[in-house]
Design a protein around this ligand. Structure first.
Ligand code: HDE
Length: 690
């Protein structure tokens, strides 16, 4: 008899099968042992296949149905399991069990791009999703956020238009995973409320080096509710322990060519090698009086609250420590729902959030095919769940007894009567004013302050370093240069930008070769807010080698001792040392053979954070004849990375056009320090930016 090991997946989950060993017998889905998995059943050796072959039919039938609809947005994603630990007592603010100091809660996190299909690339210019499912002891809480704290639109009713315009164009089905095309910019140029988010989307925020080095945001204003029912407003933030790090545009483009799966691989390998990614969960808490005193509306998802005005208080730590066992069963089938909320946390009237509360439940039904999707192990709460909902497609539970309605008096007759609602333990919607002056009136309008579309875009732009501002201006020029037939679109965009910052508008107009148009009439005057350091990537980077990869280019004759020392020094700082060579088998100075991790031709420097050229004269002479070696150095320099070198490597650096600066150093201690940084000051010497 086949020994099918069955395990329980948490309390609410269903049994699932573990892979068996070679001693176990292969069976059909119905448990019938299979004698031959290589040949279908035929009438004679060369005859037709028989309909009777239930083994073949079941196998092909299952295969034919292996795919489900991909997500409408955020189709490409990577997931990981982990734990959230609450580190601060906030019981005065929230009664949520997940925030009890010391409480550890299992989580599943999925990072994603928004625009591309499931098989698209990891590194386009695109917003990243940052969705966290907390399996708390009082039910699942899903914080379905992004790596940007604001959004393109203020009201959910615009979402289908946004997504239709940004996805590949409806007739030609391209471009894949890119905003740089007619329909997106046509729509955006007619929607001034996108201006703030576009500023972020043109910045390097959308080119994260690694999921491990990006922030996450709940975006909307939510509520925290304490045991007395008192509520405060809250914004949620995820702060990466490794600090912020983004690539630059040329690097991101080349990364795409080097490795489609760059970020997925990075996440998997980090967890696999025990370098568990971590984020702190922070909250910005404020009250109604603060909300009313601001020049923006806290219910408007195109606005943020500067961290200088309301500091972020750290209340817990997220650690990702386990890769999925199965991509489809977990990462693909995980269903995030902003409606998954727990006692102690609540919604606000943000009209974007309110629309999301409908959309996600609805989409899961069409993606997963059944209202019973909550029974899939990755979605099932880890705490018990009990109600009177019954039946439906793919019901996998077997409820006992007659109690499928409430109220009932079955218990009085000795039968199980089922669960009952509880005011004390149950989720109670906050009893707060709706926020509308004309309470109860049905109106298709937005509150007045929603009409300020430019002040926070200006705040963002003016909070950036010079180099970051140049990247934003250049991104606008590139993106708008891809708008082909619609010549009024770039003009409309620049007219919008004039309300943000004159210098930015002028740079973009100049880059596009168009005259500066009149500013778009603004519904409200743009105000100057104090710049916020928290909005800059460069001001929030950490000079750490931890989590970063150093590519060491070697060749025949490389000093064995120096190589061993360099690798050890990098690893001692928790960096990753990756050896690259023209041939996988390289002979070192002591005659030993060293297997390289990557062949030079397919391992370009953009996949590293810094490079070292560790060669002797003979090795350098051989590299001088190889295009990929010159490109390796040229790109590392152009992508503003540290280059460590031996004296013998100088001719290669010269051939690659490297002008020595602070980031070009000998391979010694100085290199380890340099390798933990980027050299943005170098940029004006290597490329012309708008
Ligand atoms: Fe989503 N969004 N969204 N979104 N979203 C989806 O749900 C939607 C919005 C976000 O890894 C879909 O399960 C509407 C803001 C993430 O599985 C869908 C609106 C933010 C993910 C959907 C928004 C997000 C999604 C597609 C405007 C940041 C991926 C598949 C009202 C706070 C979750 C799915 C994962 C996915 C609808 C706006 C984040 C169609 C209608 C704002 C991270 O339901």
């Amino acid at each position: 008899m086949t020994d099918v090991h069955q395990t329980k997946f948490g309390n609410g989950g269903e049994p699932h099968q573990q892979p068996l060993g070679a001693d176990d017998v292969l069976t059909t889905n119905h448990g019938v042992p299979v004698s031959d998995n290589q040949n279908s059943l035929k009438a004679g050796k060369r005859g037709p296949t028989l309909l009777e072959d239930f083994v073949l039919r079941e196998k092909i039938f299952h295969f034919d149905h292996e795919r489900i609809p991909e997500r409408i947005v955020h189709a490409r994603g990577s997931g990981a399991h982990g734990v959230f630990e609450a580190t601060d007592d906030i019981s005065d603010l929230s009664r949520a069990a997940v925030f009890t100091k010391g409480e550890k809660t299992e989580v599943f996190v999925r990072f994603s791009t928004v625009t591309g299909g499931a098989g698209s690339v990891d590194t386009p210019r695109d917003v990243r999703g940052f969705a966290v499912k907390f399996y708390t002891r009082e039910g699942n809480w899903d914080l379905v956020g992004n790596n940007i704290p604001v959004f393109f639109i203020q009201d959910a009713i615009k979402f289908p238009d946004l997504i239709h315009s940004v996805k590949m164009e409806a007739d030609r089905a391209y471009p894949q995973a890119a905003t740089a095309h007619d329909t997106f910019w046509d729509w955006a140029s007619l929607m001034p409320e996108t201006t703030h988010m576009l500023m972020w989307a043109m910045s390097d925020r959308v080119l994260p080096r690694s999921f491990r080095m990006m922030e996450g945001f709940g975006v909307h204003t939510f509520r925290l509710v304490n045991a007395e029912g008192q509520s405060s407003f809250v914004k949620f933030h995820w702060k990466p322990r490794l600090g912020l790090q983004s690539t630059i545009w040329d690097e991101a483009n080349k990364l795409q060519a080097a490795d489609n799966d760059f970020q997925r691989r990075d996440l998997w390998e980090a967890i696999d090698t025990g370098a568990f990614p971590q984020w702190d969960l922070g909250i910005q808490v404020f009250d109604q009086a603060f909300a009313e005193a601001q020049p923006y509306d806290v219910l408007d998802a195109t606005k943020l609250i500067p961290e200088e005005d309301v500091p972020v208080r750290v209340i817990g730590t997220l650690t990702l420590n386990r890769n999925p066992d199965n991509f489809f069963a977990e990462t693909e089938q995980v269903a995030f729902l902003p409606t998954n909320i727990v006692p102690g946390i609540d919604f606000t009237n943000d009209p974007l959030l309110q629309g999301r509360l409908f959309s996600y439940l609805d989409t899961q039904k069409s993606r997963l095919g059944t209202t019973n999707f909550h029974q899939i192990p990755i979605n099932a709460p880890r705490c018990p769940f009990a109600n009177f909902q019954r039946d439906g497609l793919m019901q996998t539970q077997v409820p006992k007894g007659r109690a499928n309605y409430e109220p009932n008096s079955l218990a009085e007759h000795g039968e199980e009567g089922g669960p009952r609602a509880s005011m004390e333990r149950g989720f109670v919607t906050t009893n707060a004013a709706t926020g509308a002056d004309e309470e109860g009136d049905k109106l298709r309008v937005r509150a007045e302050l929603f009409a300020d579309h430019y002040s926070q875009a200006r705040l963002f732009y003016r909070s950036q370093t010079e180099s970051e501002q140049a990247h934003i201006a250049s991104a606008y020029v590139f993106e708008l240069s891809k708008v082909g037939l619609l010549d009024k679109v770039p003009v409309r965009m620049v007219a919008n930008l004039r309300n943000v910052d004159e210098d930015l508008a002028r740079r973009v107009a100049d880059g596009l070769g168009i005259d500066l148009p009149e500013p778009t009439p603004a519904a409200r005057p743009t105000i100057d807010m104090a710049p916020s350091n928290a909005l800059s990537i460069h001001k929030n980077m950490k000079p750490l080698l931890e989590g970063r990869a150093v590519g060491i280019l070697i060749a025949d004759g490389t000093d064995a001792d120096a190589l061993a020392k360099l690798v050890a020094a990098i690893e001692a700082e928790k960096g990753k040392a990756v050896i690259v060579a023209p041939k996988i088998g390289t002979t070192l100075s002591d005659g030993s053979k060293r297997k390289a991790d990557g062949q030079l031709a397919g391992t370009p420097s953009q996949i590293f954070d810094a490079v070292a050229i560790l060669v002797n004269e003979e090795g350098c002479a051989s590299l001088l004849k190889q295009g990929p070696a010159i490109q390796f150095v040229m790109d590392a320099f152009g992508h503003l990375k540290a280059i460590g070198m031996t004296g013998a490597a100088r001719p290669l650096l010269e051939k690659a056009g490297v002008e020595p600066d602070d980031g070009v150093v000998d391979i010694d201690h100085a290199f380890l320090n340099a390798a933990a940084k980027r050299f943005y000051d170098r940029e004006p010497d290597v490329r012309l930016l708008a």
